[in-house]
Design a protein around this ligand. Sequence first.
Ligand SMILES: [Zn+2]
Ligand SMILES: [Zn+2]
Length: 372
Amino acid sequence: MCLSEVYPGRDDAVLTCPVCLDDATHEALVSPCSCRGSSANIHVSCLKQWHASLGYPSEPSCPTCKQCYFGDVAVELLRINLKVIEADAAGEENVSVAVALNNLAAVLEDQGKYDEAMPLCERSLKILESVLGPSHPDVATALNNFAELLTDMRRLDEAEPLHWRALSIREEALGPDHPDVASSLNNVAALLEEKGEFERALPVYERSLAIREKVFGKSHTAVATTLNNMALLLKKRGEFDRARSLYERDLSISEQVLGPDHPDVATSLNNLGSLLKQQEKYTEAEPLFLRALTVMEKVLGEEHPRVASALCNLGKLNSVQGNLNGAQTYFERSLAIRESVMVPDHPDILSVRSLSADNLAALSDSDSIPVC
Ligand SMILES: [Zn+2]
Ligand SMILES: [Zn+2]
């Protein structure tokens, strides 16, 4: 039995490093993955030693939870990995160096350190172009990663040509109906949507959908994902009826493939409910929101942030229907969950607090209306 089971929830238990079994007296312990309990904390120096014995893997991950390490620890390990690979390459720019640069850039990007990630992304792309040639599918992947970084930096006009180039490389190298071509089309469409160019985005999504339906069949989760993306775009364009039919197809595929109690089914229910709410079809929206809540509570537990979002949606729906007391109950449950799992000034806490305050004010107004 491990420590976490012997002392569940005891925060005064002495934390030790699983490698050297020492505590944090001489070196701080870090938690670089999602492990909890006895394997959650480790010394960076011990982790480095262990990684040295493995020859510095290019994707350092936890052997227990299998998750790639994140944050500063991952950056440190990947910087060493890059140095080792550069030393092996002895000045030659080869594919291994490009991969190491790409992996380090990805972790920095996750941390929001875009300016540090940028030169690594650029160098990785240049190496792959010169070693593999400009039309290699791996160059398309590097272009795609670079474009995602530029998108994160809101440099959308610079990201667009990179996505188009990645698309044409994949079409040329893999054929027009390859799943990677569909992914590239999806990336292009998402970027155009992000730029507000809805007219240009829709036919690109339609091409992506056609490929996925052809390759995977009409009832596949990849098809459902594209349907969901297209429905959201149509909703933004105000084409509610078309959006509804796509959301309904997305929901039915998700239910069929994943079963009724899956978080993705809850997301589909929620998206369709939101559309119906926007159309003021409140009585149709409510059972969908309620089902989404039930699925999330069952699958994720009653204290999950997504349960809080589902409660908040039900609060807003009840409020707009004039059921202020019902709305208040939902807002308060949502707030309680968010306060227990989020930092105190999290925007989601502030937003539900403000919804709750507005609803309370409306409640007291409705109380004070004189009866004639
Ligand atoms: Zn240690
Ligand atoms: Zn772990």
